[in-house]
Design a protein around this ligand. Structure first.
Ligand code: UDP
Length: 245
C-alpha cells in the first residue's frame, strides 16, 4: 500500500466506523409521511437522509410519451444543494440522470406496469443528506413509497452495495470507503425470485470477489426487506403475521 494512502481497515479487521466486513449501517424507514403525495417514504441509512414522493398512476403527459401497452415509470433522483460537503449545483447533471434512469428501470421491473396503459408513475427521490449508497437507499425507499401509494408490484425492490476496500470485500460502503476504496458495486433485487433489477460496478474486482459481494448483498437484503415491511406495517398499524410457508 502507498505510504500516504488512508488506511480504511485496521489490524483487528474493523472498518473506520468500527463495523465488521459484512455489517450494515443503521437503517430506518418511515412510510407515508407526506400528506400531498399519493405515497411517500423517508429513509435514513447511515448518514443518508432521503425523502421519496410518488404520484400516479395518472395519464402520461405529454401525450406522445404515452405507451399503449404499459405505464412509464419516471424516477427523478435529485440531490439538494446542501446534501454534500461541497455545495451541489442545483439541477440535473450526468450522474443524476444516470441514477434516475437505472432507478426507473429497476422499478419498472417490479411494478405491474401492464395494468396501466398510457399512464405514468412519477417517483421523486430527494437526497437531503448524502453519505454514499444514495442510489440504493433511494430505490429501497421508493419501493416503500410505491407500496404506500397502492401501486401493484410483483415484489418490493431491495438493495445494498458491497465493494473492495484495502483488498477486502465489505458490505455497505461508507463515504470514505466509496471515495478511497478500490471498487463499489450497488445491486438491487426482487427477493422473492432473486432477480437482479440493478447492478453497477465502479472499479475492478475478480470474478470470485464479485460473487463474494453478491453473497453479502443477498444476505443483507433479508434484513433490509424486513425493515421495509415494518415501515408499512407501522403506517397501517397492521400486525405482522408473516408470509407463511
Ligand atoms: N457525492 C458528492 N457530491 C456529488 C455526488 C456525490 O459528495 O456531486 C458523494 C455522496 O456522498 C455520494 C457519494 O459521493 O453518496 C457516492 O456517490 P456515487 O456516485 O458513488 O453514488 P451513490 O454511492 O450515492 O449511489
Amino acid at each position: 500500500m502507498e505510504a500516504n494512502k488512508i488506511k480504511l481497515i485496521n489490524e483487528d479487521n474493523l472498518r473506520l466506523d468500527g463495523r465488521s466486513f459484512n455489517e450494515l449501517r443503521p437503517i430506518k424507514i418511515q412510510a407515508g409521511i407526506l400528506n400531498r403525495a399519493d405515497g411517500s417514504a423517508y429513509i435514513e441509512w447511515g448518514g443518508n437522509k432521503i425523502m421519496v414522493g410518488v404520484y400516479g398512476p395518472k395519464e402520461a403527459y405529454p401525450k406522445h410519451s404515452q405507451d399503449i401497452d404499459h405505464a412509464i415509470v419516471k424516477a427523478r433522483y435529485n440531490m439538494a444543494a446542501f446534501s454534500v460537503d461541497e455545495r451541489k449545483r442545483p439541477g440535473p447533471d450526468r450522474r443524476t440522470m444516470e441514477i434516475s434512469k437505472v432507478i426507473s428501470e429497476a422499478l419498472s421491473s417490479s411494478i405491474m406496469i401492464e395494468q396501466f396503459p398510457r399512464a405514468e408513475i412519477d417517483v421523486y427521490i430527494e437526497v437531503l443528506q448524502a453519505d454514499a449508497g444514495t442510489r440504493i437507499a433511494g430505490l429501497t425507499a421508493a419501493t416503500v413509497a410505491l407500496a404506500d401509494a397502492g401501486v401493484p408490484m410483483r415484489d418490493m425492490v431491495v438493495g445494498c452495495t458491497a465493494g473492495k476496500v484495502d483488498g477486502h470485500m465489505v458490505l455497505d460502503l461508507s463515504k470514505e470507503e466509496d471515495n478511497y476504496g478500490e471498487a463499489d458495486i450497488p445491486i438491487a433485487i426482487m427477493p422473492k425470485t432473486g432477480e437482479i433489477v440493478l447492478m453497477q460496478m465502479d472499479g475492478d474486482v475478480t470474478e470470485d470477489e464479485l460473487y463474494q459481494a453478491m453473497d453479502m448483498i443477498f444476505e443483507a437484503t433479508k434484513r433490509i426487506s424486513q425493515i421495509q415491511r415494518e415501515a408499512l406495517l407501522n403506517k397501517y398499524k397492521i400486525q405482522d403475521i408473516g408470509e407463511g410457508e
